[in-house]
Write a protein that binds this ligand. Structure first.
Ligand code: TNX
Length: 541
């Protein structure tokens, strides 16, 4: 029959792309890649054979084929005919690990569950022609991939990226597209910095003013960050935005389908002027303040640690947060609190006495420990910036080490889990090239090569300490990042270097090999319309 003839013809190697080993450019570098001459061709009839409970995972590729090739590929759970992609469960594999075997007529992906299947498919995406990234129909493409065998698994289980959506607001669409980029690089954690002085970005039903007031500020149009620009009370807000709870549900659902956990950060006790502008009673002195448009330093307008009502407020906020975010980890910030108002506050002095503390400084540790009890009572885990070490760490707390690796070393030595996110390697708000030619940034110098050197495990760590290193994370603070174009510029391709640092084995990391592979990623970014920094490519250590 005609169908038979077409099937036989489609199965012949004739006309398929002839690949070279150098055509394989996967980032992050997999554990093992074996190249064999030959190709597998995706066609409009390629079947995806997927265990039913994992059917959703195939969407990552089916979506792309539907847009770029105009195909409506099918997921089946029956015996396939020839030319198919089959996902096979294998309980012997570790979480997130996968194997891919590609031959001329089939592709087999094995994993122990959703994440591994996803990463296998993301690897296929990187083997496909860049046209797969197109949102519009592309004609005359041979949808061929080389016949390789890949064995792969992550080095760390926390592979994170933080986006500061407070200093500048980035809408839901940008967050969703960022999730897709994270998945491409096999990152699995998106940390949203939802609260800071300059804006509260999450709808809380019980406290509507947090977003009605706290999500908006006075800003001059072309000057989105200026510390000298202190708004006067009563001035009209012009800049802002926030996520509704519906937005968050959509973000979390999409992230989950891309193997990504969304960690919410609700800052406390400092970096919360936006909340105090909305509800002045949260501060000790109750001075009326505006949401500041620029940096405020030192940060003295902080939550009052003396009043019970502060904790009641935070618990109510966190209840809504935990309903929205299934994340095991709840980030409570904890950084950069200046305690001068606690000094002036009778309720705080009283609390110091009652709790038997030495001084108001110790209220920071009291504060975080109390929140940790609440969070762990709900079965979740508190994580905070390394300032939460000061005055004694809460028992179940995990530390995110940003002022170098020291906080992480100290916390892991005392048996706490840590995520390494040091300014030296992981701060994407720092310059990545020559300061004279780069757009205005926070300062610092974190070129691509420096990010690539990042290793969350520090030399000299004991094996016990090493076991407490969950992984690493990059942070994009957005004081000087007002637009999507600028956010992409600061994020890419440094995110690719970070991804390799937290996924690939030490032995497999090689800067010159990475530099060669990254050209293929640039082509992909071009196809996706991403404004990556070409300047980052130059080695500028
Ligand atoms: C320090 S990192 C901060 C942020 C700033 C950042 C700028 C941290 C926990 N706090 O508030 O945006 O430096 O690099």
């Amino acid at each position: 029959s005609l169908i038979m003839l077409l099937t036989i013809f489609g199965c012949a190697d004739e006309g398929k792309t002839v690949f070279k080993e150098s055509d394989i450019n996967i980032i992050p570098q997999p554990d093992k890649v074996q190249f064999k001459e030959g190709a597998f061709r995706f066609t409009k009839d390629t079947q995806f054979v997927v265990p039913l409970e994992y059917a959703e995972v195939a969407e990552v590729l089916l979506d792309k084929f539907s847009k770029a090739a105009g195909w409506n590929l099918r997921v089946v759970d029956t015996e396939p005919i020839n030319n198919y992609v089959q996902l096979v469960l294998d309980d012997a594999l570790e979480n997130e690990a996968y194997n891919v075997i590609i031959t001329g007529d089939k592709v087999e992906v094995t994993a122990n569950g959703y994440a591994g299947f996803l990463y296998g498919l993301e690897t296929l995406r990187q083997l496909l022609p860049v046209a797969i990234e197109s949102d519009n129909l592309v004609v005359d493409v041979k949808w061929d991939i080389p016949t390789v065998q890949i064995t792969d698994s992550p080095r760390f289980k926390w592979r994170g990226f933080m986006m500061d959506v407070s200093r500048h607001f980035f809408n839901k669409e940008y967050i969703l597209s960022t999730i897709d980029q994270l998945a491409l690089l096999k990152m699995n954690t998106l940390h949203l910095h939802l609260v800071d002085d300059q804006g509260w970005r999450l709808e809380i039903k019980k406290y509507p003013k947090l977003t009605e007031v706290g999500a908006f500020r006075v800003d001059q149009e072309d000057k989105h960050w200026d510390a000298r620009q202190t708004p006067k009370l009563g001035e009209q807000a012009t800049y802002g935005g926030f996520y509704t709870q519906e937005d968050i549900k959509e973000i979390v659902a999409y992230a989950t389908s891309r193997g990504i956990n969304v960690v919410p950060e609700i800052e406390m006790p400092a970096h919360v002027m936006s909340a105090i502008a909305a509800y002045p009673e949260l501060s000790c002195l109750q001075n009326p303040i505006m949401v500041p448009s620029g940096g405020v330093w030192p940060i003295t307008e902080i939550y009052c640690a003396g009043k019970e009502s502060t904790f009641e407020f935070l618990e109510n906020v966190l209840i809504e947060v935990m309903d929205l975010f299934p994340s095991q980890y709840i980030h409570v910030g904890g950084d950069e609190a200046t305690k001068t108002n606690w000094e002036k506050c009778p309720d705080c002095s009283k609390r110091v006495k009652v709790e038997g503390l030495a001084n108001v400084e110790e209220l920071q540790s009291y504060f975080i420990k109390r929140m940790e009890r609440f969070i762990s009572s709900k079965g979740r885990t508190l994580i905070g910036w390394d300032e939460i070490l000061e005055g004694g760490l809460a028992p179940g707390a995990t530390v995110m080490s940003w002022r170098g690796f020291e906080g992480g070393l100290e916390a892991s030595a005392s048996g706490h889990d840590v995520v390494m996110s040091p300014t030296s390697h992981a701060y994407f708000d720092y310059y990545q090239g020559n300061q004279d030619t780069e757009p205005m940034a926070w300062g610092g110098h974190t070129p691509l090569s420096k990010v690539y050197e990042f290793d969350p495990v520090v030399e000299g760590m004991t094996p016990k300490q090493e076991n407490h290193v969950l992984g690493g994370q990059a942070n994009l603070w957005t004081e000087f990042v007002p637009t999507v174009a600028q956010a992409q510029y600061m994020t890419y391709p440094r995110l690719a270097a970070l991804a390799e640092s937290v996924w690939s084995t030490k032995e497999n990391k090689n800067w010159s090999d990475f530099s060669a592979r990254i050209d293929a990623l640039f082509n992909r970014y071009d196809a996706m319309g991403i404004n990556y920094a070409k300047s980052a490519y130059q080695v500028t250590t």
